[in-house]
Design a binder for this molecule. Sequence first.
Ligand code: FAD
Length: 261
Amino acid sequence: MKIIVCIKQVPDTTDIKWTENNTIQREGVESIINPYDVYAIEEALKLKQNLENVEITVLTMGPKQAESILRQAIALGCDKGVLISDKKFAGADTYATGKTIASAIKSKLQDYDLIICGQFAIDGDTAQTGPSIANQLGIPQITFVKELKQCDSSSICAVRQIEEGFETLKVEFPALVCVLKGIEETTRPLINGFIKAKNACITTYSMDDIGLTPEDTGIKGSPTYVSKAFRPVHNREKCEICENCIALAEKIKEFGGLNIE
Ligand code: FAD
């Protein structure tokens, strides 16, 4: 089975700062693997432990320094690292990011069975990238996955969190899943993992390599425009406690929020 795990480098801070273009300030901030992507790696490693002939490729789209998270993933037990990197990708929104990753998979990694993404990235937090990749590849997707189980050689069973509890879905390969925090503890790298990671060759693809033009990606290929980004101010003095739900509904009505009878 060939698995691709999509991982994103995110700032290791909750004190997010913005650039003048309303994008996240990443320079000078320590970076880590997006925590949900660590669970994605964990699910892939579990399949590798339990089955024969599983190969895991970790993939990230980002600047040159994002190579470090690919090496960390290799230290954890993944087999190969792919970096999609080009200055022309700068300013990509989730649509352009999904398109760029999907184009890299289509052109360079087409022999895959399963793509595993995190459900959210802790910085952008849209949860759109995984579904966008699946959509652009034309493959089925399952989101909010808690656990993966192999069904047979051509499909996977995903335990999915829903409002009422859990449901299990079976999907034929090729497919994409987005995972939540798993049930088990995450793996720690062993010393030979660090050695393998240090010596690993990371394959890098540029915009030309994956057959895109500047109009397809980066700021030009991004339909989203961020007009303003701000931290909401909490004014606790203006807090009002409603005694019951009728009083709460009245209050919402007063602010024009709901049409309640
Ligand atoms: P989510 O959709 O919440 O992530 C879900 C999962 O998708 C992750 O867990 C991971 O598995 C996968 N994933 C997400 N991103 C990647 C990735 N890069 N590589 C591999 N897997 C991934 N960001 C910048 O860094 N630089 C910019 O210049 C920039 N400009 C932007 C301009 C605009 C107009 C907008 C709207 C956004 C911009 N962003 C930029 C943010 C960037 O679009 C998002 O960070 C990116 O698309 C991922 O979205 P997200 O963070 O919401 O991830």
